[in-house]
Design a protein around this ligand. Sequence first.
Ligand code: C2O
Ligand code: CU
Length: 479
Amino acid sequence: MAVRGRVRWWLACAATVAIVLPLGWAWQSSLLPDSYDPADMGYADWGGGPATSHAGHDGTPVADLTADPDQIPDVTTTLTVRDEGERYTVNGTSPGPELRATVGDLVEVTLVNDNVTEGTTLHWHGIDVPNAADGVAGVTQDSVGPGEEFVYRFLADQAGTFWYHSHQLSHEQVQRGLLGAVVIEPDGPPPYEVDALAVLHLYDGVATLNGEEGTATLEAEPGDRVRLRIVNTDNGLAPVWVTGTDFTVVAVDGTDVNEPGLLRDATVRVPAGGRVDLGFTVPDTGVRVDFAGSTAMVAVTDPTAGTTPGVPSATTTLDLLAYGEPTDLGFDPSAPDRIFDYRIGRRPGFLDGRPGMWWSINGHLYPDVPMFMVSEGDVVVFRIKNTSGETHPMHLHGHHAVVLSRNGEAATGSPWWVDSLEVAEGETYEIAFLADNPGIWMDHCHNLPHAAQGLIAHLMYDGVQSSYLLGGEHHNEPE
Ligand code: C2O
Ligand code: CU
């Protein structure tokens, strides 16, 4: 080989190495870790405050973070999950049975997996359960295999509307119907005659209301006060509007709104995973509630009989940032112990070895994302900023956070407590909560395919140790 040829050969080699090595490194570091341990995945983010200790190795195992094991349950039930081909059913139906309890009850649910070969779990969306009952495969338990059982125990300490769904292969199992509603009633007689559920779900692209297509009847008489509990179990935002009467938004994500004002001709937007409870009195002339323009509920007579579903009569959109009246939050968010950035973007790279365009968090791709570290008792602020080009319904497990501001504009209404918050493209939300529920908690997008595309991070308490493995013999795959 001539000298020039040899030089060119060496240059080509060097160039190849320069490209292949970083690519190989990026590929290798994109592989999913064995466990949700800050040492194994991501990097510990202490949110500006001092790191208090080395979490993850010497703390309380997640499996030990349970409700009082000696307390006798007030509500006991068994939920049996079956794979019926197209759908998953719970006790034979989808949506599964509605679970009802009264505030203060200890609830004990036995999940039985009849025949779901890939395994399953139940997550109690919006209920701030003890960590061991959170139902996330690989994080708070092992996926429950066919023929196996798992017992969930939690205190129903907040009255409101919630739901349950699988958190094993959730983007698949939830979409195919492994879900149901949970209602926790207040103590004492309810201030309404009719308490109804509207569970919204798309099966194979077909919109349903409580499992049925089209228009349902709301069983109510003129003069009845109604509380209508809307649960959006889909991946997208559901606009809801009421025709024929004034109404109020009584509760959002399981928390009552303080002094909600009367609304008329307003569209209410329910984020994926979110719940909105509407309150109204049925007028003699009837009332109609439309959900996402696809399904509806009608009481007495249909005030818009003959009009096409999907055309809202509503002219304004309710902004919860300024709805209702302020009241005490129960904690002071003005001097937080930890302030975290949760910046959502999108960029090319590898996710578990697969090349593609993935969601990024603070510029990083899952699993190399922040492990948001807190200590029990911390006041925590998250700044969620979305510049990813798409909207994201963000869901934090185990806590309710209050919205402080949107795009720098402070909240002025009732405390707006959320567990599922729509963060549209270009928006920045500041939310705050008290870290009062030790564990490892998912903080992810509830457009579940987005979670499977890497839009997941975790909140982890100092002094807690992970007990489960991702993948492994139980094939734990939470997304
Ligand atoms: Cu409704 Cu992480 O889930
Ligand atoms: Cu998303």
